[in-house]
Design a protein around this ligand. Sequence first.
Ligand SMILES: NC(=O)c1ccc[n+]([C@@H]2O[C@H](COP(=O)([O-])OP(=O)(O)OC[C@H]3O[C@@H](n4cnc5c(N)ncnc54)[C@H](O)[C@@H]3O)[C@@H](O)[C@H]2O)c1
Length: 281
Amino acid sequence: MTVTRVGIAGGGTMGAGIAHRLLVRGIEVVLVERDDVDAANAHDRVATGLRLAHERGYLADDVDGVLERLTTAGALNAFDGLGFVIEAVPELPELKRDLLGRIEPILADNAVLATNTSSLSIDGLAAGLQRPERFCGMHFFNPVPASDLLEVVRGRATDDGTIEAATELGERLDLTAIVVDDAPGFATSRLGVALGLEAIRMVEDGVGSAEDIDTAMRLGYKHPVGPLRLGDLVGLDVRLGIAEYLAAELGPRFAPPRLLRDMVADGKLGKKSGEGFFVWE
Ligand SMILES: NC(=O)c1ccc[n+]([C@@H]2O[C@H](COP(=O)([O-])OP(=O)(O)OC[C@H]3O[C@@H](n4cnc5c(N)ncnc54)[C@H](O)[C@@H]3O)[C@@H](O)[C@H]2O)c1
């Protein structure tokens, strides 16, 4: 069955980006935030993203017309009867588990419920669900409107129909979907964080400047963006959280460097705070 309406829980960086991607491809979006004030902010975030895309020539459609497909709300009952919902709230296992458990009973019987977690265990998040077979990971990448990949994560209980539905939705969004099993950090975060942490240790050890270390990977290895700039874009607090989780699951090779902890404690979170390894205007 073709999905025409998708719910998103959490309209921050990722939720707003996922909404953008769905809306411009003609899919209606119901975006739910914590309360009405946050819902209005999330609406603004999506509208700003669409306007920028229009101004820069990435989006030909009239922005107000696209926004007609967006509904924002401050309470979960806006998801009533939906067949597809993606959760994109902060990377806090208790918050996600609690929210997923409250969303599931509101949805249609056979609805797909997905999480955009970057690294948390799908089986762990599915623990309280009544229909874990309809639950999977849909890991989108930042910035979502410009990304190419969707990492679909299969939990132990996830059925084939759910994987197909998630993959199909990704293809409608012009994303290439890969399917991986539920292992800490999946394929992308595990490799990406390993590289990012080593780059931070190299700054800490004085091996080179952030700029030069990034240039090494961009020009030497053809990475489109260096690991330190990428950390700034993702958010260093987000990076720290994932590193702590991977260190607990996979061992001390993922232990966050002192420099990363200090920068987060000093409020240097990357692009969103205006400064990280680079200064952001
Ligand atoms: N930022 C990235 O680059 C990135 C990339 C891939 C995946 N992710 C994952 O996406 C998820 C969201 O990350 P983000 O960067 O968008 O975070 P964010 O902090 O920008 O946004 C989270 C949003 O969730 C909202 N929220 C909190 N509690 C809520 C609730 N109970 N109900 C509804 N909304 C609620 C917050 O108000 C906020 O707007 C995380 O799991 C993260 O690991 C992030």
